[in-house]
Design a protein. Structure first.
Lengths: 253, 285
């Protein structure tokens, strides 16, 4: 059971108004593995992961075709409850976006909106999640201070912890280290590698070395198309497509 | 060596400084004038007792109380309504021509002369709804007058909340309403509060809207229900300056009232600043 498919996209097209941003994407994302999406700016990688938790619903005039199945169920089906989908598919954004609340309240938020009232339970989950995100030692004495007092890297780990609190099955990372310094970036990468023991992870990144370091599978996208997809090691050593090879060797992008 | 750019910069700063000095001069003069003329009238009796002998003696306490009731009433009506409108316009309204017309209308409402609001309040609240000349009619009229400003300020505050906070909330499985109630409104609250208080401060000093709807020259004692007519500071000043038999004494009292009114409006603004700063500290931004 090494390669259970968690999410399966079939012939997905996506349009912003009349502009087609994704063209005929079909891809299987495997359970408890890290899948990296790479490609130059504007290739559609962020657009694609935002389909997986239906964040693109927020964009007026956006339209999706094709099917995206998670555990066999169509996430775009009219009867799919988008709230419960988003609780199963967490997301960490490019720029750390903690709420202007205390560290504790940032984490408790996901539980409280889900109707959890048990204070003891909330406290346990908050501490657990901070530990999982390797942030607990940094903040254990100031849980009730504003989250905005933390450094950029700490804020991003806080956002990861906030996402873990609601026990997602999949975590989407949208260029999580793009705005961070090298040391913070390294910590985020280590965290991704630890988290894949429990979660299915999809990470969008600009940084090819990062994709090579953290992922099991890599998908290369270009101009809205999925050019090549496979084992990370294989993609980086013997790419089958000429375009992939050119991108990886830095000839464009 | 002196460059031409240094000279032009020096002239620029001088001109800007002169403009600021000019503006401050008028503000200072007004404050000084009101203070010097008004201060002699102010006493403990002036603030706490009722007028006697056809306004020429005693105090203006009922007018202070009346203005307080009218202002509180105006907040009571305009805050929930204005906030609800702003939330709808920012978060729920579809981007249609109709909604654009609504936005435009709200902006235009801010430009309607206050006497027109007064006439509207008289026709609708006093007559059609049968509330009579009363605190209720006056509060509603002032509330409506404050509404466009409150809606605009609330909209600005709501739109200033970063989209990334909204996305973070939705991505955690919050509903749109939960996101509004728990993320957007708390962040926007200082801005909304400032907008509400400043606009209320503005209408608290208005005379025309309460002229036909709430105010009266003289009441015996204090209002006992929302259907009572009241004395109010702005109208009291107007009455003192236009009616009565002892202009020289009445003018002094009018300056005293002006000073109180000015102090009240400044106190309201100061309150807005204090509350906003406190909120900012809590939210750490």
């Amino acid at each position: 059971m090494d390669r259970d498919v968690k999410i399966s996209a079939r012939n997905v097209n996506f349009y912003y108004g009349k502009t087609q941003a994704l063209k005929d994407i079909s891809i299987d994302i495997f359970q408890k593995k890290v899948t990296a999406l790479i490609g130059p700016s504007g290739c559609g990688k962020s657009t694609f992961i935002r389909l997986l938790n239906r964040m693109n619903d927020l964009i007026p005039g956006a339209r999706v075709e094709g099917r995206i199945l998670m555990d066999g169920a169509d996430i775009n089906h009219p009867k799919t409850d988008v709230v419960s989908l988003r609780r199963k598919v967490g997301m960490v954004f490019q720029n750390p976006n903690p709420f202007p609340k205390s560290i504790f309240d940032n984490l408790a938020y996901g539980l409280r909106i889900g109707g959890v009232r048990d204070r003891g339970f909330i406290e346990r989950k908050v501490v657990d999640s901070l530990k999982k995100a390797a942030l607990y030692e940094d903040v254990k004495d100031r849980l009730h201070d504003s989250a905005l007092m933390l450094s950029g890297g700490q804020q991003q780990r806080l956002c990861i912890a906030r996402c873990l609190v609601v026990e997602p099955e999949v975590i989407l990372f949208d260029e999580p280290a793009a705005s961070l310094d090298p040391i913070s970036t390294r910590k985020i990468e280590e965290l991704v590698l630890e988290l894949k023991e429990e979660y299915t992870i999809v990470i969008v990144t600009h940084n090819m070395q990062q994709a090579a370091r953290v992922s099991d599978y890599t998908a290369f996208m270009y101009l809205g198309r999925l050019i090549e997809y496979g084992d990370t090691e294989r993609i980086f050593t013997v790419p089958r497509e000429k375009m992939t090879e050119e991108y990886l060797s830095g000839r464009f992008g | 060596m002196i460059h031409r750019s240094d000279i032009s910069q020096a002239i620029g700063f001088l001109l800007l400084g002169a403009c600021i000095a000019f503006a401050l001069f008028f503000l200072g003069t007004i404050l000084y004038f009101i203070l010097v003329r008004g201060a002699p009238a102010i006493s403990w009796e002036f603030l706490t007792s009722e007028p006697r002998r056809a306004m020429t003696q005693g105090g203006v306490a009922p007018a202070i109380v009346g203005t307080f009731y009218l202002t509180v009433g105006a907040v009571f009506f305009s805050l929930p309504l204005g906030l609800a409108c702003a939330i709808y316009l920012c978060e729920y309204s579809p981007k249609t021509v109709l909604v654009n017309i609504i936005r435009l209308s709200i902006n235009n409402l801010a430009g309607v002369p206050s006497i027109v609001f007064g006439l509207f309040g008289f026709a609708v609240f006093v007559k059609a709804f049968g509330f009579g000349v009363s605190i209720l009619s006056g509060s509603l009229t002032l509330g409506i007058m404050a509404l466009p400003g409150i809606i605009s300020a609330s909209q600005e505050a709501i739109l200033a909340v970063p989209q990334s906070h909204k996305e973070a909330s939705l991505a955690l499985g919050a509903t749109h309403w939960q996101t509004i109630a728990k993320v957007i409104l708390p962040s926007a609250f200082p801005g909304i509060l400032t907008g509400v208080i400043l606009n209320i401060g503005r209408v608290a000093g208005e005379t025309a809207p309460i002229l036909f709807t709430a105010a009266t020259f003289y009441t015996r004692g204090y209002p006992d229900s929302v259907f009572s007519e009241v004395m109010a500071l702005p109208y009291h000043i107007y009455a003192l300056m236009t009616e009565g038999t002892r202009p020289e004494i009445q003018t002094q009292i009018a300056y005293g009232c002006s000073l109180i009114l000015l102090g009240l409006v400044l106190a309201i603004s100061a309150l807005a600043i204090v509350l906003r700063e406190r909120q900012r500290r809590i939210h750490g931004s």
